[in-house]
Structures are given as structure tokens and as C-alpha cells.
Design a protein around this ligand. Structure first.
Ligand SMILES: Cc1cc2nc3c(=O)[nH]c(=O)nc-3n(C[C@H](O)[C@H](O)[C@H](O)COP(=O)(O)OP(=O)(O)OC[C@H]3O[C@@H](n4cnc5c(N)ncnc54)[C@H](O)[C@@H]3O)c2cc1C
Length: 327
């Protein structure tokens, strides 16, 4: 009966009937069930998709992702790792005559009369000024306004860029075992865990990643809270305890790394539901990436959409400038 009620609410969401923006996923779900396992599953879906807890992700964003945007309709991963996608993109850019500078941080933004005129970049240890008619920033609104020259965005926008996006954290545990822990090719999402939300055996699909006889895993956990400060040591320990509870053979695992993604390099620069617009007070500068996603979107594909949108804005801007110059 409770499942039917939740199913009906998903259908309502699909028809446009969404909860008010401030209600959390946990509050929304509590209206229909008190079942601990159902709550744990929703928590772990929030954690796996949005890198935040069910009391942090707005129900409106959760339902937009799952019911409206049709999450996982097209699902896949790149066998060369996610970087394989970006390498293909880079090949396309170079083939079209573009250049890509790696290890070249932007150190300053240049602005004149309300328009970005370029950036300074450290290239091979030398500060190099690049003139530009349009600028697209992928470091997030907060880091962009904090660049020298960022004061041109104005105090209101700077204040919003520093407070609106809510970075969320996750904990990535890489390990290997000589005994297979779970015989599933793909990602497993857990039920009643406390921090652990999902795990994949990489060697199930790419056996070449580990020496013969070894199984390599990546497990993801989300701290409490995931948005804001948390005790890193205690949260890592709670995540490892979940793995011990789920898999007794984890005790024999060889640990490869434990990384806590937070602060300057979080899991998401903004949890879904708290993103900023891509447009800025500078008419020829747009943001892309995981702090300016479409409402209720998440992950890499959401970032790709922001790239497409920024490119459209930039082309329209350049066209308008060209038309104005010709008139
Ligand atoms: C552990 C983990 C697992 C994840 N799993 C998934 C998943 O399974 N599926 C999914 O869809 N999403 C996943 N995500 C989320 C996804 O990876 C991110 O949302 C996405 O990569 C963000 O892309 P981005 O381009 O916005 O930012 P980033 O990938 O962080 O790119 C920003 C770049 O800007 C560079 N930079 C910073 N400052 C400067 C500067 N001053 N000048 C020049 N460059 C600068 C940084 O070095 C970085 O390369 C995961 C994230 C994490 C952390």
C-alpha cells in the first residue's frame, strides 16, 4: 500500500506536481512510510547520485531527476575510464585547430566595461595573457569570483556565488581482494548501510586492471553531513565499518587508497537543487560544470549539458556582436 502511494507520487511528479523547494527527500518520504529499509534505500540513492544525504537533497530535485528527467534511461561507462571521454573531446578540439593547455591555471580575469576581455594563465611557469571575446569558466562560480579581477562581478553576485552553491562530499575507497566479494558486473547500491552507498568491481568488466587472481573494487560512501563540515576520520571509519559489516572477507582486503572529496575538490560543487545560473553579470562570461547544472540534474552528463548551453550562449553573443558591427 505504501509502495503504491510512493509510486503515485512519482507519477504526480512526472505530471508536474512537485513538492515545495525546501522539503527534503526524507521529509517527503516520511509522509508515506516509516519503513527503515525504504528510507535507507532512498538515502543511498541520494548519496549515490547526488553525493548528499536524504535530509540534504530537496525532494523536488530528487523527483525531478528520477521521475521527470528519467534517470538511468541511457546509462553507461567508458571502458577507458571517464578520462577516455575527455580525451576524445580533446582530439576533436585539436582536429578543429584548437589548443589545449594542461597544468596551466588561470590566475586573473580581465574585465573592461562589463565585458570579460581575457585571462592570465600560468603556462610553463610564465604568466601569459590571453585575449578573448568570450570566456567560459569551469572552476565554479565561487572560484571564478575569487580570482583577481573577480570584483567586476559586483558585490551582490559575489555574495551569492559564495553562499548559494552547496558543495557536497564523498569518500572513495579503492581496494583489492583475492576472493570475489560480489558477483555482479556493474554498480551495486546498498540497502541498510550508514555511509556506504554503492560499490563496483572494476575487474568484472576490465580484468586487465589487476594482476591475475585479484579483484579490484571502488566503493563510495557519503559522510553525514555531506554538505558542510564533518569529522573526516570518524566518517572514513564509519564507511569502512559498513564494508566490514557487508562483506566479512573485506577484512583480508588490500587497501589501495581512501580519498575524501571535499572543499576545493568536492564530489559536486553544488548538490542538486542549489545550483546557480550559467549566466553572469558579465555578458560574455558563462559558467559550466557541477555548480550550474540544470535543476535536479547530477553528474557528468549534467556537466556536458552545461557545456553545450554555454557554447550556444557564446555563439549567439559573437553573432550579435558581428551583426552590430556590420550595422
Ligand atoms: C569520487 C567521485 C565519483 C563520481 N562518480 C560519478 C559517476 O559515477 N557518474 C557521474 O556522472 N558523476 C560522478 N561524479 C561527479 C562528476 O565527476 C563531477 O560532477 C564532474 O566531473 C564535474 O565536472 P566539472 O567539469 O564541473 O569539474 P571538474 O571535473 O572538477 O573540472 C574542473 C577543472 O578545473 C581545473 N581548475 C581549477 N582551478 C583552475 C584554475 N584556476 N585554472 C584552470 N583550471 C582550474 C581543475 O583542475 C579541474 O580539472 C563523481 C565525482 C567524484 C568526486
Amino acid at each position: 500500500k505504501q509502495a503504491a502511494k510512493i509510486g503515485t507520487k512519482f507519477a504526480d511528479a512526472r505530471a508536474g506536481d512537485l513538492p515545495e523547494a525546501k522539503m527534503s527527500t526524507k521529509e517527503w518520504l516520511s509522509q508515506y512510510t516509516k519503513n527503515d529499509t525504504v528510507h535507507a534505500i532512498f538515502r543511498n540513492l541520494c548519496a549515490a547520485i547526488f553525493a548528499a544525504n536524504d535530509d540534504e537533497v530537496p525532494a523536488r530535485a530528487f523527483l525531478t531527476y528520477f521521475a521527470v528527467k528519467g534517470a538511468f534511461k541511457r546509462f553507461g561507462f567508458c571502458p577507458r575510464g571517464t578520462v577516455g571521454l575527455w580525451n576524445d573531446l580533446a582530439d576533436g578540439i585539436r582536429a578543429a585547430g584548437g589548443e589545449i593547455w594542461l597544468d596551466a591555471p588561470v590566475t586573473e580575469l580581465h574585465v573592461q566595461d562589463g565585458l570579460a576581455t581575457g585571462v592570465s594563465v600560468m603556462k610553463d611557469g610564465v604568466a601569459t595573457r590571453v585575449q578573448a571575446r568570450t570566456v567560459i569558466s569551469n572552476i565554479g562560480p565561487r572560484a571564478t569570483v575569487d580570482l583577481p579581477g573577480g570584483e567586476a562581478f559586483g558585490p551582490d553576485y559575489i555574495a551569492r556565488a559564495r553562499t548559494l552553491p552547496r558543495p557536497s562530499a564523498n569518500i572513495v575507497i579503492n581496494f583489492a581482494t583475492q576472493k570475489r566479494l560480489v558477483d555482479v558486473p556493474g554498480l551495486v547500491t546498498f540497502g541498510k548501510t550508514r555511509r556506504l552507498c554503492n560499490m563496483g568491481e572494476l575487474t568484472a568488466t576490465c580484468p586487465e586492471l589487476a594482476p591475475a587472481g585479484w579483484y579490484q573494487y571502488v566503493a563510495y560512501a557519503v559522510p553525514r553531513p555531506a554538505i558542510g563540515d564533518f569529522d573526516e576520520k570518524a566518517e572514513v571509519e564509519a564507511s569502512l565499518q559498513d564494508l566490514r559489516d557487508e562483506f566479512p572477507d573485506f577484512a583480508q582486503a588490500r587497501m589501495l587508497s581512501v580519498r575524501v572529496m571535499r572543499d576545493g575538490w568536492p564530489a559536486q560543487r553544488s548538490c542538486a537543487g542549489f545550483d546557480m545560473p550559467q549566466t553572469t553579470p558579465l555578458a560574455n562570461l558563462w559558467h559550466v560544470g557541477d555548480a550550474v547544472k540544470d535543476y535536479g540534474d547530477g553528474g557528468t552528463q549534467a556537466c556536458a549539458y552545461t557545456g553545450r548551453e554555454a557554447a550556444r550562449h557564446a555563439v549567439a553573443h559573437l553573432d550579435a556582436v558581428r551583426v552590430a558591427a556590420a550595422a
